[in-house]
Design a protein around this ligand. Sequence first.
Ligand SMILES: *[C@@H]1O[C@H](CO)[C@@H](O)[C@H](O)[C@H]1NC(C)=O
Ligand SMILES: *[C@@H]1O[C@H](CO)[C@@H](O)[C@H](O)[C@H]1NC(C)=O
Length: 437
Amino acid sequence: MRAGNGVLYPVLGLASCVAFVYLSFGDLDWDLGIHGKVEEPETMRSFVRRNGTQFAVDEKAFYINGWNSYWLMDQAVEDFSRHRVRAMFQTGAAMGLTVCRTWAFNDGTYNALQLSPGRFNERVFKALDRVIVEAQRHGIRLLLCLANNLEAYGGKTQYVKWAWDQGIGLSPSNDSFFFDASIRRYFKAYIKVILTRRNHLNGIRYKDDPTIFAWELINEPRCMTDASGDTLQEWIEEMAEYVKSIDKNHLLTVGLEGFYGPVSPLEKLGVNPAPWFSTLGSDFLRNSRVSHLDFASVHVYPDQWKVGKGLKKKMKYISKWLVSHIEDGDKELKKPVLFAEFGLSDKNKDFDHAHRDVFYESIFDIVYESAKEGRAGAGAIVWQLLVAGMEDYKDDFAIVPEERPSMYRLIKKQSCRLVKLSHGKDLLENKLGKLCS
Ligand SMILES: *[C@@H]1O[C@H](CO)[C@@H](O)[C@H](O)[C@H]1NC(C)=O
Ligand SMILES: *[C@@H]1O[C@H](CO)[C@@H](O)[C@H](O)[C@H]1NC(C)=O
């Protein structure tokens, strides 16, 4: 998704002085968990693992109903915005959601985690620590993304600029993020620092924390300067192997949009939204087959892919798109397939909120049918949820669930039928089961 540009610049001046005075109290209160019940959901002590084409936790299958909130770390930095993180997890938990996908990077922009290659802002790292602890308290697991192909929060362009500043990686292309050896080293250094980070609140290293569901290498990678796909493929192989050399506990995916590339079979190429989508330098099947990757990820944006088409046509198209990728998981990849972003734009002509209900429901149905049949469709993650008062973070796809009761019910219904499927008669032993009964 091209969203995520919204950066809220706090009003400096008196407000920041006041915030500064209260900062220590705010942090203490947060750290000790004075607000909100601190409990340790029993299911959060085990890592999510892969069982064939499905996810599993302990002895149960784990189907994902989740949401994107890319802004959590950013909002957890400042005292004035920190409460939004807890509010978002509360809302997610109340709808039975179990996974939140969020950015574990901010390269060189406002509130940057990485200030320059290998230099980190500890204040922002503490914010990421808080996000993880707060997720854990609410029984939510995190899909943490490590970089952005797009420019929001730095992205590959920032890495390339850093290299230029140091007189290396002088190729004019932003894709040198993928092919330049020095820039690859920057990114690997970043990976190592994140994975081995020791959380200042609970003392657990990120690589040992089951609250983290999985790592994602990069959001929506494209390498258009090499349409053969070889450059991105080599980058994925190298980075996936590197992550696994440090962290064998967590699952790993790429963060792909899901387009079929030049070496895909003809009938698969026909599933792309249009022929030119095979020239972006990515290849869903080839990329996802890399052995160190545990699951495949796919995004779903019919408004951008089928511009000008009506809702019915878009729905028909995305049904084909989802079913094709689930089939890939079962037959080709033998791995779970996660729909890690999906959304419907409110900028569409004649947009009505009811369209979103219909669109979401169709995706939820496909995931549920797949789960019921034990197939590879492992879940779906909405793009994107916000809490009230975050106008600057809104894009065409954002929803504040409390403002959309029918959507709220729909999402919760999906959480409940999935947990019923995985827990059967043991439903009430599970916190989520109690929420649903
Ligand atoms: C793992 O997969 C096998 C084969 O599909 C299944 O029989 C078993 O119940 C699964 N175990 C878990 C914990 O999901
Ligand atoms: C690199 O990315 C930036 C931001 O997307 C863009 O403005 C610039 O034109 C790109 N450079 C090249 C050579 O593609």
